[in-house]
Write a protein that binds this ligand. Structure first.
Ligand SMILES: *[C@@H]1O[C@H](CO)[C@@H](O)[C@H](O)[C@H]1NC(C)=O
Ligand SMILES: *[C@@H]1O[C@H](CO)[C@@H](O)[C@H](O)[C@H]1NC(C)=O
Ligand SMILES: *[C@@H]1O[C@H](CO)[C@@H](O)[C@H](O)[C@H]1NC(C)=O
Ligand SMILES: *[C@@H]1O[C@H](CO)[C@@H](O)[C@H](O)[C@H]1NC(C)=O
Ligand SMILES: *[C@@H]1O[C@H](CO)[C@@H](O)[C@H](O)[C@H]1NC(C)=O
Ligand SMILES: *[C@@H]1O[C@H](CO)[C@@H](O)[C@H](O)[C@H]1NC(C)=O
Ligand SMILES: *[C@@H]1O[C@H](CO)[C@@H](O)[C@H](O)[C@H]1NC(C)=O
Ligand SMILES: *[C@@H]1O[C@H](CO)[C@@H](O)[C@H](O)[C@H]1NC(C)=O
Ligand SMILES: *[C@@H]1O[C@H](CO)[C@@H](O)[C@H](O)[C@H]1NC(C)=O
Length: 376
């Protein structure tokens, strides 16, 4: 329950404003779209849906400069995603991390390891990523996986919350100097210590994983909270002419018996003190083009053909579990999606001849760990 309170303080605009550089600060409740699965198909002639959405979050590395330029030419703001707390073995700077920089694998995300955010060498590589964001024209960054301190990280001494706060403040300062805004991704317990350096928050699944507390009787002002809740869409082709989906969530026990309408209302915090305070999107966990908003708007943003990314190809970390159903790509470019239906039963080992799927029975992760693993 306490985890939502810092988010609330953010939405209420509690911030020490003492910096001369003016940064883009989105309005509370503005709509956004987040796509990390592939890149948006856009050029000067293409239509872009959803209409009326002016804030786009995209992958820093995968998204071409031209895509960001075109989005901005049309008056959009662009938030660029990267992982600041893990290495991903398909990224162009992956080989620049030393073995001392890297800790434990993330069990649910192939090819990802925690990085030692206390090390200057790690910060320096992240600073390069922020500079890349500047070169590509990103208005803001969404540095993910800041909250490593909550997990088993695999270092001789554990990264603490204070380490994460110090690191995050340095990242935000670097961004600020390039006139790039910074959002806090998840990590709500850190918010009171970083409010003065963030312009918004990005949050995954706070509605599902927290009880909502009553909000003090103050008008919302201050910072946006870009909020995503995950669901599976089912198209009934009846609802509207554009085929707005029914939603279901088969993954989470507490939601299993809900009607799709009730599930929708829950995700949108209807009839709670949070109604209207968050910029909520409902998306499939693979963060593709489909998005449902709380006003009923549904759209499917056109994407470039999927270009399989060789996740796990460097043999860094074997996948032991997948929440997202993400596959790994074989050497021939085929996306191999292993049989994850029985969630605890698969390991992928990447060999020189491609990924090999091995049924195993690794220990089940406690549910509370899941929220730290949002890819987006
Ligand atoms: C723009 O994108 C559309 C859809 O992806 C494509 O059909 C068209 O050829 C592109 N136009 C240019 C000039 O690249
Ligand atoms: C990574 O290492 C390569 C090769 O040593 C070097 O050319 C490149 O500048 C480094 N990149 C970063 C971001 O430090
Ligand atoms: C790090 O923290 C985890 C989780 O609290 C704990 O299980 C582990 O023993 C700690 N490791 C070290 C090296 O202190
Ligand atoms: C329902 O709509 C979806 C999305 O537009 C489409 O892919 C699917 O083929 C349709 N199904 C039927 C039975 O019409
Ligand atoms: C769903 O409802 C049925 C019947 O009321 C009940 O037996 C079951 O425990 C419920 N399941 C969950 C996950 O709440
Ligand atoms: C990306 O989205 C497509 C379409 O929904 C899906 O088939 C694919 O598995 C997704 N890939 C990842 C890595 O999530
Ligand atoms: C991945 O699995 C292979 C085969 O079991 C093993 O040799 C390798 O050490 C594993 N890699 C990691 C990072 O655990
Ligand atoms: C997965 O679980 C289903 C039902 O729970 C079962 O029928 C199926 O045999 C299982 N598959 C594997 C590969 O264990
Ligand atoms: C590509 O590699 C995968 C995994 O090794 C294999 O299953 C698939 O048949 C290959 N596809 C082609 C067209 O060679």
């Amino acid at each position: 329950m306490f985890k939502l309170i810092p988010l609330l303080l953010l939405a209420l605009g509690v911030e020490a404003q003492n910096r001369p550089i003016r940064l883009w600060t989105p309005e509370v409740g503005e709509k956004w779209q987040i796509i990390l699965n592939s890149t948006i198909a856009i050029n000067r002639t293409t239509n872009l849906v959803p209409k009326g959405v002016r804030i786009w979050e995209v992958d820093l590395f995968d998204t071409p400069r031209e895509t960001i330029r075109e989005l901005k030419r049309r008056g959009n703001r662009v938030i660029c995603y990267f992982s600041a707390g893990t290495t991903e073995d398909w990224r162009p700077d992956f080989r620049n991390f030393t073995s001392e920089d890297k800790g434990a694998c993330l069990p649910e995300w192939v090819g990802e390891r925690y990085v030692d955010i206390r090390k200057p060498s790690v910060f320096n590589l992240m600073r390069e990523r922020i500079r890349l964001a500047g070169q590509k024209g990103c208005d803001a960054i969404d540095p993910d996986n800041i909250d490593v301190f909550s997990n088993e990280q695999g270092f001789a001494t554990n990264i603490t919350r204070n380490d994460a706060i110090a690191y995050f403040r340095k990242l935000a300062d670097e961004a600020r100097q390039l006139r790039i805004s910074t959002g806090l991704k998840n990590a709500q317990p850190m918010l009171p210590s970083v409010q003065d350096v963030v312009q918004f928050a990005v949050n995954e699944e706070c509605t599902i994983y927290n009880e909502l507390t009553p909000r003090p009787a103050e008008p919302p002002r201050g910072k946006a909270v870009f909020h995503v809740e995950y669901a599976n869409f089912k198209f009934d082709n009846q609802s509207t002419s554009i085929g707005a989906p029914e939603i279901s969530n088969d993954d989470i026990d507490q939601l299993k018996n809900m009607s799709s309408r009730a599930l929708y209302d829950k995700y949108c915090n209807r009839n709670t003190e949070f109604d209207g305070l968050f910029s909520t999107t409902i998306k499939i966990m693979n963060l593709d083009g489909q998005v449902l908003y709380c006003d009923g708007q549904f759209a499917d943003t056109k994407m470039m053909p999927l270009n399989p990314i060789l996740k796990g190809w460097a043999g860094e970390c074997n996948l032991t579990k997948s929440e997202s159903g993400a596959g790994v790509a074989a050497a021939n470019g085929t996306l191999v999606t292993p049989p994850f239906a029985n969630a605890t039963s698969t390991t992928i080992v990447v060999t020189p001849n491609g990924p090999v799927v091995i049924p195993t029975a690794p220990p089940k992760q406690p549910r509370s760990i899941r929220r730290w693993y949002g890819r987006g």
